[in-house]
Design a protein around this ligand. Structure first.
Ligand SMILES: [Zn+2]
Length: 426
């Protein structure tokens, strides 16, 4: 007995939507055909909804352990499946930091108990993310980490990054880098160092605080041969460096967030609401254009949300005092579908590739493909009905988004993980 998902619209190899039935048995897609007889299977009529492989987000913050008032693994995994994500990779800047086997095990257990999205923890590069001493990559890998990263902070010294890459290469782990040179950061900077910060008389975060690390790390990745992945790329110079690195044959990949693709610093309201404060910051219009061009030409490989929930009280602070970060899991697909696909910047097939098959391939995950024999991670999406983003409806504890009120199509309606329906729009 299986589950028959009938009357969905699937992308074919030419990027066209065609009506197909999909049969799921145990945790696998066993058959895809124009018509499959119900034969006693549980039947779900998708009634023309778009059916895709489940989305994969390689960069989220689930805040547990240590910051459960912002998010828990259960609330984050619930937000994920409501956003169409079936696999998310969570960052180690928790308390304790994910720099030890017990914390990795704890996260895997909590995720299993939540029975929502699959959660892959990253391990920290350095103990307590202090940049002084490498963690035990071998033990962390054996426990099930997806890679190593000190996201939240950059690895400040070149020597430490080189050691990390050598060891990561040895253990077959990717190095995922938050690129930020603290020696280039003025204290209290919250916005991109551009016209908007200048107009408000605020110190700015310069682009080179990111791109210096990107350039340094590409040279180190060339030497060490490690898979080096740039987190939340934001500056046009960083895009250029990744493009040059790829041309030179370096194993470098990069991700971009929906907010950096859709917004720039000019969009920040004069009220300087802290819901517009994230790290890296929204940069200039030219940076945003370079990110989109980089995504289109394959320089930037994937899209990741950098989902970063905070409490409302924290975000109610002034922009210099509030923490960095916005939520993204429940709005990423509708925003990107509406403002990049319907606007003609990307095709639906390109967007889906950058949120499913491509991240799976980059990180060696056995998910992200809608085909016979593959793991049944699926999402059914309504591409027609329009509704406005309402933070009050989020499953995430975070309400911190600059996109409240934006009208979007492309809302997930049903999500299946490992052959089980884990969420359905009621
Ligand atoms: Zn992050």
């Amino acid at each position: 007995m299986g589950i028959l998902l009938a009357n969905g619209q699937l992308l074919d190899e030419f990027g066209k939507l065609i009506k197909k039935d999909v049969l799921v048995e145990a945790n696998r897609i066993v058959r895809i055909a124009e018509r499959i007889e119900p034969d006693g299977h549980e039947q779900i009529d998708l009634d023309g909804l778009f059916l895709s492989a489940g989305l994969i987000d390689m960069h989220v913050h689930l805040r547990e352990p240590g910051f459960e008032e912002k998010e828990t693994i259960a609330t984050g995994a619930d937000a994920a499946v409501r956003g169409g994500f079936t696999t998310v990779a969570c960052m180690p800047n928790t308390r304790p930091v994910i720099d030890n086997v017990e914390t990795v095990q704890y996260i895997l257990q909590q995720a299993k108990a939540a029975k929502k999205a699959r959660v892959l923890p990253y391990g920290a590069i350095t103990v307590r993310q202090l940049g002084r001493e490498l963690t035990d990559f071998a033990a962390l890998k054996e426990t099930g980490i997806a890679g190593v990263t000190d996201d939240g902070v950059g690895v400040q010294t070149s020597g430490m990054m080189k050691q990390a890459m050598l060891r990561a290469k040895e253990w077959g782990l990717p190095v995922i880098a938050h690129c930020e040179d603290e020696s280039l950061l003025p204290g209290g900077a919250a916005l991109h160092d551009g016209e908007v910060a200048a107009r408000h008389g605020l110190p700015g975060i310069p682009s080179e605080s990111e791109s210096i690390h990107v350039g340094r790390d590409i040279l180190l990745a060339e030497q060490t041969g490690v898979h080096y992945h740039v987190c939340h790329i934001s500056a046009k110079e960083s895009v250029r460096l990744v493009r040059d690195g790829k041309r030179a044959g370096v194993n470098v990949t990069a991700e971009v967030t929906p907010h950096h693709l859709l917004l720039c610093d000019e969009d920040i309201p004069d009220s300087l609401d802290a819901r517009w404060k994230m790290n890296p910051p929204l940069r200039s219009r030219a940076d945003r254009a370079a990110l989109l061009a980089g995504l289109k030409d394959g320089t930037i490989d994937i899209i990741a949300t950098d989902h970063a929930p905070h409490t409302e009280a924290e975000k109610a602070n002034s922009i210099d005092r509030a923490p960095f970060g916005i939520v993204g899991l429940e709005t990423a697909f509708p925003l990107l579908y509406t403002y990049l696909v319907l606007s003609g910047e990307l095709t639906l097939a390109e967007l889906i590739d950058k949120m499913t098959a491509k991240p799976a391939r980059l990180f060696g995950l056995p998910y992200g493909r809608l085909a016979e024999g593959e793991v049944a991670d699926l999402v059914a999406i309504d591409l027609e009905k329009e509704r406005a983003i309402d933070p009050d409806s989020f499953a995430s504890k975070g309400r911190n988004t600059p996109f409240a009120g934006w009208k979007c199509k492309g809302w997930p309606m049903l999500t299946m993980v490992d052959g089980e329906v884990v969420w359905r729009q009621s």
